[in-house]
Design a protein around this ligand. Structure first.
Ligand code: ADQ
Length: 455
């Protein structure tokens, strides 16, 4: 889990990171001997584990993070049956959230060396900047959100709305994928906390927290290089044989409510309904890696997707072929690159998504084929890849079905033009550049406490 990065940052003419990672190991290790062994094993990878017990994980990670903040930040209401229960358990879950964040802070403080900068990641750690600054006001602290930050009208429904905003504002630099998310955050601070928003960020009694957009990217070279690897070429050959004579459409998602997988499959059904000539000429590969499998809402989603896929395959399948291949698992890196490379049309229909890196990975693997990207207007990526993609409202399955037809019949020139735009973006706005820009801006912030010492 990517919870926190803890950097020693050296500026030696060439920028390079010497990073240490601090994060929850994702497993319960109750005994001290086990904890010591895991700590030693992870040290080689420069990772430092935080140990959370089962009850904290239940209340903090499954509860407050994934049952409260995750749906709220993606504009998805709580499920009807969970509403009252969540309202009742809010206090204990928020207490666990703060406790867990303090446990992260204790580990950071133990390993912190003067000159380090600390980069906190995501909605799991909104309370961390405050914990760190209370312990050491000279520490440079950044916080980055990987999800959308919702409109202030949504954020103000959170019982802990003010406390969370104030904790994040303790950071020196606060980053989001898009300007919209940054703007929503600043509006929440001005409306809920009555602070002053400035073009640089948010000001509270003379102290400025800088707020800005830092759109993430991928390591595009890694994908482009992988396409030359023999294993990937073998996979490509197999897939081409397997789907010869049919256009390949692709969805790659974590099986999560926000990814709009049922909506995507229903749109594909509508396309098949309305375009009978395409029925045996197109196949949809939906690769959905299960996540948060112990959360009932995710179990329901899995059953719902299986039911829809079964119905459509029963309806449009033949003795020799089915229109949808649905896999409930992840693919290894080489297989994933091969699938991206043979795809004619990628379908990203997130109902909301901070950025969506699948769309970037698809574009990186498409320099020979120049396939079409159909992309939700509610994914952060719509702001960077919108000019090359076909943008859709994923809630409107008629519109998505029409865009599938448009993509499948698009001229080579048009595909080339759109692909060129996106490929240039993906290969120039990389993950490395994203990290360097954030850390360099964080380094450049001047901490109020240091200013006072200089005066
Ligand atoms: P995610 O919600 O996980 O990330 P995304 O950005 O699409 O979404 O990244 C998913 C990653 O998992 C990709 O690298 C993809 O290749 C991989 N993946 C997904 N399904 C897979 C499968 N079936 N098999 C193999 N690999 C699979 C969160 C936010 C996003 C934001 C990122 C980064 O929700 O909005 O873009 O963080 O900030």
């Amino acid at each position: 889990m990517w919870n926190l990065m803890h950097f020693s940052y050296h500026f030696l003419g060439v920028k390079e990171f010497e990073a240490r990672w601090i994060g929850w190991a994702g497993v319960n290790v109750p005994d001290e001997i086990g904890q010591k062994a895991l700590t030693r094993a992870l040290a080689e990878k420069r990772c430092i584990p935080v140990f959370l017990d089962e009850e904290i994980v239940h209340q903090y990670y499954n509860g407050y993070c994934n049952n409260m903040l995750w749906p709220l930040f993606h504009y998805l209401g709580l499920p009807q049956e969970d509403r009252l229960a969540t309202t009742r358990s809010f206090q204990s879950q928020f207490a666990a959230y703060k406790k867990a964040n303090q446990m992260f802070a204790d580990v950071v403080n133990k390993h912190y060396e003067e000159g380090d900068v600390v980069w906190c990641h995501d909605y799991h750690l909104m309370f961390l900047p405050k914990c760190l600054k209370e312990h050491n006001s000279n520490m440079k602290v950044g916080w980055f959100l990987h999800t959308p930050f919702p409109s202030s009208e949504i954020h103000r429904t959170l019982p802990s709305r003010s406390e969370l905003l104030r904790s994040v504002l303790a950071a020196d630099l606060v980053g989001f994928h898009t300007y919209d998310y940054a703007r929503h955050f600043v509006s929440s601070c001005t409306r809920i906390l009555e602070l002053e928003g400035t073009p640089e960020g948010v000001e509270d009694q003379g102290r400025l927290t800088r707020v800005a957009a830092f759109p993430i990217g991928i390591d595009s070279d890694r994908f482009i290089r992988a396409l030359e690897a023999p294993q990937v070429q073998d996979h490509i050959k197999d897939l081409k044989e397997r789907f010869a004579g049919r256009k390949v459409m692709l969805g790659v998602d974590r099986l999560d409510m926000i990814k709009g997988i049922p909506q995507k499959i229903l749109a594909f059904e509508k396309f098949l309904e309305e375009n009978s000539l395409w029925r045996d000429k197109v196949v949809l590969l939906q690769i959905a890696v299960p996540t948060r499998t112990d959360v009932p809402e995710y179990q329901k989603l899995t059953s719902q997707v299986h039911e829809i896929v079964g119905r459509i395959n029963g309806r449009f399948g033949t003795l020799t072929a089915v229109p949808i291949h649905h896999l409930d698992r992840s693919l290894d890196f080489h297989a994933l690159c091969a699938v991206y490379a043979v795809t004619d049309v990628a379908l990203v229909t997130s109902l909301r998504d901070g950025m969506n890196l699948v769309s970037y990975e698809f574009v990186a693997c498409q320099d020979s084929k120049k396939g079409v990207l159909i992309l939700s207007e509610f994914a952060g990526a719509a702001q960077s890849l919108g000019a090359g993609a076909i943008l859709v409202n994923p809630w409107n399955i008629t519109e998505v079905a029409d865009s599938i037809r448009q993509a499948l019949t698009m001229s080579c020139e048009e595909r080339e033009k759109r692909h060129r735009h996106n490929f240039t973006h993906v290969t120039t706005h990389t993950a490395q550049e994203w990290a360097e820009t954030f850390v360099s801006e964080l380094n450049d912030t001047v901490i109020e406490a240091q200013l006072r010492t200089r005066q």
